[in-house]
Design a protein around this ligand. Structure first.
Ligand SMILES: [Zn+2]
Length: 347
């Protein structure tokens, strides 16, 4: 079993983290002042609003915790700052590679174009990469509750940045039964342009959504996929290693996708050798870190260091990083392992 102190020091990879759910409270307060936005809340109330209740009534209540952060994320400078800070926080807890996701359409209130928005987030990430040597990539989210034309707009806007910071497309937001059909054309367009595809599915709705995300949208990874077991076809695709699961333990309890961690289906998936990684989903909204998530989930399945190494290797394989970056990430783990076996921690 992995000790929390070792987990904090291990090289880690985060594939599923939302920018707007991962802001520092103090930065939200500072940005509101700087931008002359009256949030009509005390500082304590702001903190409370940014964290969703430990158990929300639903995914929809959980999503309400994103309204406040979005108010202060409508300028290029604030996007750069918040992105930089998420990467900085991640680096400080031993993350060596992170795919950060966000929905450009949610940042257009002050008139920024999608391209300006995407450029600001890439710049924030590049600044952190330069300072800390962490590697990063951006996944653009299209919102399931918006018309498909916004998804197409997002895909078109991000196209020029593919390979320059942007790697993937995601569908996020409230999950309705059968949502994949609505986005068939847009996600096909994204695939043709060369985006990698990851889709939120099987979180608030059925395993059939996981199946349709794979079948109709060509998802290479599934965000959550809690209810994959409900669809034997979806389960087989994941079992055959065609598709990788991004598991977000604490978030799933908060949104009531599962009752508690002990009954989370990921335990059976893991035992059945399904490839997955653990993720925060939202660092602030879920009040968590990746080290905490690995500790929580790892404790339940009795994750050993060798198990973790295997999971890390699979995660590198499922990441949307360049081959050259993947090799560097593998080397980081080898170095850690070598030093650990010699009794010295790599810092
Ligand atoms: Zn998510």
């Amino acid at each position: 079993m992995l000790d929390y102190e070792i987990i904090k020091k291990m090289p880690k990879i985060e594939l599923h983290c939302h920018l707007d759910g991962s802001l520092r409270y103090n930065s939200v307060i500072e940005e509101a002042k700087k931008q002359n936005i009256d949030l009509k809340l005390t500082e304590n109330e702001i903190k409370e609003k940014l964290i969703a209740p430990k158990e929300c009534e639903s995914l929809d209540r959980y999503l309400e915790s994103f309204e406040l952060p979005l108010k202060v994320m409508q300028t290029s400078d604030s996007l750069k700052r918040f992105t930089y800070e998420v990467f900085e926080d991640s680096y400080k807890e031993g993350i060596v590679y992170m795919e950060l996701r966000f929905a450009p359409v949610l940042h257009m209130d002050n008139g920024m174009t999608m391209k300006e928005i995407i450029r600001a987030v890439i710049e924030g990430m590049k600044n952190a990469e330069k300072k800390y040597g962490i590697y990063g990539n951006i996944i653009l989210c299209c919102m399931k509750n918006y018309d498909e034309k916004y998804a197409i707009e997002t895909i078109e806007a991000g196209k020029d940045y593919l390979g320059k910071g942007v790697v993937g497309i995601d569908l996020a937001g409230p999950e309705l039964e059968g949502f994949s059909k609505k986005f068939k054309n847009s996600i096909r367009l994204a695939k043709n342009y060369g985006y990698y595809i990851t889709i939120h599915a099987g979180e608030a709705a059925s395993g059939n959504n996981v199946y349709e995300s794979i079948k109709l949208l060509g998802a290479q990874r599934i965000g959550h996929g809690v209810r994959t077991f409900e669809s034997s076809k979806a389960y087989n695709a994941i079992k055959n290693k065609e598709v990788f699961l991004e598991v977000c333990p604490s978030s799933n309890i908060q949104t009531k996708a599962v009752k508690n961690l002990k009954t989370h289906p990921f335990i059976d998936y893991y035992k059945d050798d399904i490839h997955m990684s653990f993720n925060t989903d939202n660092r602030t909204v879920s009040d968590t870190t990746l080290s905490k998530e690995i500790f929580l989930a790892g404790s339940i399945i009795g994750l050993s260091l060798d198990d973790y190494k295997k999971m890390y290797y699979n995660t590198v394989g499922a990441s949307f990083a360049l081959e050259s970056t993947k090799n560097k990430l593998l080397n980081k783990m080898e170095l850690f392992y070598k030093n650990l076996k010699g009794g010295i921690f790599y810092e």
